[in-house]
Design a binder for this molecule. Structure first.
Ligand SMILES: *Cc1c(COP(=O)(O)O)cnc(C)c1O
Length: 420
């Protein structure tokens, strides 16, 4: 029975979109993907996300829907919830958020009123837009105060966090980052928040896979709310999820639907269920372990080539290169563009004590989840470090570009994507 549709139809019915998708597949195959938030989902997950479940409306929750014909999607959503509970040890799970941002917004809607104070990590130190940026709904609706990092160590300043929490009495403290290379002490943050009468939300969008594999302290036992994406280290479909203590279950569910979303994406929820099953396997733990080993190796190799790494290394899946010491003339943007030309995909990032604008920046963020999914290990990290160094040394002339690009394509061809 054909429940999935693999291109044969699209190839004939829509030549333009088919061609764009095929080109994107080629791009993914022939580039070294170092964007820390990206990954390659498994064939099973891609199939599920492309399934007939996209046809179904299912407003509500399993057993309590506003539409008929929901018996099979109920099975799928219940499986996703049960597996997520098992994976993270959560009391209550909502698998319906369309994205990580929706998950965070639902938590805010569940516990805050406009004008309430939230204490969050500042963006330039690795926080996320949904943690109070003035142009995000979190920054528009709530009064935002920030904690940051200690400049000499580049580690979260928990003492400052406590001091600011005592002074400002926030209603909610958020912890979690998009560009923080070190472990986070969620227990300590929860203690700080609770001591000051605040609730606490941990956002593990980036490190969810590491947490699921037991390779990073889990916030689930300590924090009132834990939000995540499912498509970063967790390697599932693009989407979000909320975990919370049982006492907040009803408020969270109704803040998400009907609070900020309508019908759930049942094809994506099914793919989340498949993702959680994969994440419960011993193979997944090995994969997460290799992500960390690869990130450490990449950091060490770059340091051996005289590049500065923020905080001196990494505990997780990402590292930040501070270009100012070795290449004071080169911005993060210049470096990103030069690497793009040789098929190495990265993103510019601010570094602690940043002197350039967020559009230019002085840093590069590099992550290893995607390369590790292709099967790359330490020898390849060493090769990639050498290529990055060569590219940076040759800005602005780029004489070596052609040869390096050939080397990148050759390396990629030895590690085919999981879904080929
Ligand atoms: C990626 C990320 C999000 C948002 O995820 P989207 O699915 O892009 O909305 C939220 N919080 C953090 C810390 C993230 O890194």
């Amino acid at each position: 029975m054909n429940i999935f549709f693999h291109g044969e139809d699209l190839e004939h019915s829509d030549v333009e979109v088919f061609a764009a998708i095929r080109s994107e597949l080629e791009r993914q195959e022939q580039h070294i993907e170092l964007i820390a938030s990206e990954n390659f989902a498994s064939p099973a997950i891609l199939e599920t996300a492309g399934s007939v479940l996209t046809n179904k409306y299912a407003e509500g929750y399993p057993g309590k829907r506003y539409y008929g014909g929901c018996q099979y999607v109920d099975t799928v959503e219940s499986l996703a919830i049960e597996r997520a509970k098992m994976l993270f040890g959560a009391e209550h799970v909502n698998v319906q958020p369309h994205s990580g941002s929706q998950a965070n917004t639902a938590v805010y809607m569940a516990v805050l009123k406009p004008g309430d104070t939230i204490l969050t990590m500042s963006l330039e130190n690795g926080g996320h837009l949904t943690h109070g940026h003035p142009k995000n709904i979190s920054g528009m609706l709530y009064h935002v105060v920030h904690y940051g990092i200690t400049l000499n160590t580049c580690l979260i300043d928990y003492d400052e966090m406590l001091e600011i929490a005592r002074k400002n009495r926030p209603k909610l403290v958020t912890i979690g980052a998009s560009a923080y290379p070190r472990s986070i002490d969620f227990e300590r943050v929860a203690n700080i928040a609770h001591e000051c009468g605040a609730l606490v939300m941990a956002d593990i969008a980036h490190i969810a896979g590491l947490v699921a594999a037991g390779l990073h302290q889990s916030p689930v036992p300590f924090c009132d709310f834990v939000t995540t994406t499912t498509h970063k280290t967790l390697r599932g479909p693009r989407g979000g999820m909320i975990m919370c203590k049982q006492q907040f279950a009803k408020d969270i569910d109704s803040a998400l639907f009907p609070g900020i979303q309508g019908g759930p994406l049942m094809h994506i929820i099914a793919a989340k269920a498949v993702c959680f099953k994969e994440a419960l396997s011993p193979m997944f733990k090995k994969y997460q372990h290799q992500i960390i080993k690869n990130a450490s190796c990449l950091a060490e190799e770059l340091q051996a080539l005289q590049l500065s790494i923020v905080s001196g290394g990494t505990d997780n899946h990402l590292l930040l290169v501070d270009l100012r010491d070795s290449y004071p003339e080169i911005s993060g943007k210049d470096a990103q563009f030069a690497l793009d030309k040789v098929n190495i995909t990265t993103n510019r990032n601010t570094v602690p004590n940043e002197t350039r604008s967020p559009f230019q920046t002085s840093g590069l963020r590099l992550g290893t989840p995607a390369l590790t999914s292709r099967g790359m290990k330490e020898p390849e990290m060493k090769q990639i470090a050498n290529m990055i160094k060569l590219v940076l040394d040759n800005i602005p002339h780029g004489e070596e570009s052609f040869a390096i690009r050939e080397e990148v394509i050759d390396l990629c061809s030895k590690f085919p994507l999981p879904y080929k």
